[in-house]
Write a protein that binds this ligand. Structure first.
Ligand code: PNS
Length: 189
């Protein structure tokens, strides 16, 4: 390398410029979202303070048969974020790391509510790293008032006639009512 090109940083400048345009910080927030809760919404809003774009990845075939179809889960999320231009909702199956790569995201966001979440999340994060060392897992904690909240509890509370105020967005509560009125009318809610 000559002295001249040692000091010539035009390539570097070019590189950082092109990196900048491609380098919008993008993350994937995956989950079953059956249904989305205020805890998920809180994590997404917090995530958007750190990332430019978040792809909300809705798992097509959770191990447990979901109450809502993939399309129903997607529509509920789309409605909540209809005013946002920095979120996208996409269904996925197969490996999460493949989905992240396909969507040009190098970060996976996961919410950690309590220590009890940690073991499973730690295992998943390390396995995803083994599958693709370029993908990082970013853990975020929701507001304390959502630390006990889960989609399963929401469904149970709803079925037992409990109050969902502050736990899910209004649209989700409405969809839960519709679901049980049309598909499970025998349940006296
Ligand atoms: O909301 P959930 O059910 O806790 O989300 C779990 C999810 C969707 C993040 C997880 O099941 C997943 O990543 N599934 C995709 C399959 C995969 O990549 N498995 C290997 C990761 S260890």
């Amino acid at each position: 390398m000559t002295k001249d090109n040692f000091f010539d940083n035009s390539n570097l400048t070019k590189m950082s410029k092109s990196n900048k345009s491609q380098n919008k910080k993008k993350a994937v927030y995956p989950g079953s979202f059956d249904p989305i809760t205020n805890g998920h919404v809180d994590i997404i809003n917090r995530g958007l303070k750190v990332f430019d774009d978040i792809v909300i990845a809705v798992l097509e075939n959770p191990k447990k048969k979901p109450l809502f179809t993939t399309q129903e889960r997607i529509s509920m999320i789309q409605e909540i974020f209809s005013d946002y231009d920095n979120t996208k909702v996409i269904a996925f199956d197969g490996l999460l790391v493949e989905f992240a790569k396909k969507n040009s995201a190098r970060v996976v966001i996961r919410g950690l509510r309590a220590i009890s979440d940690f073991e499973y999340e730690f295992q998943m994060a390390l396995m995803n790293r083994k599958l693709d060392p370029d993908i990082e897992t970013f853990f975020m904690t929701p507001n304390l008032s959502y630390s006990f909240l889960s989609s399963n509890l929401v469904k149970e509370i709803f079925m037992l006639g409990g109050c969902l105020k502050d736990l899910v967005p209004k649209g989700v509560e409405k969809k839960l009512k519709e679901k049980f009125e049309t598909e499970h009318p025998s349940l006296d809610l």
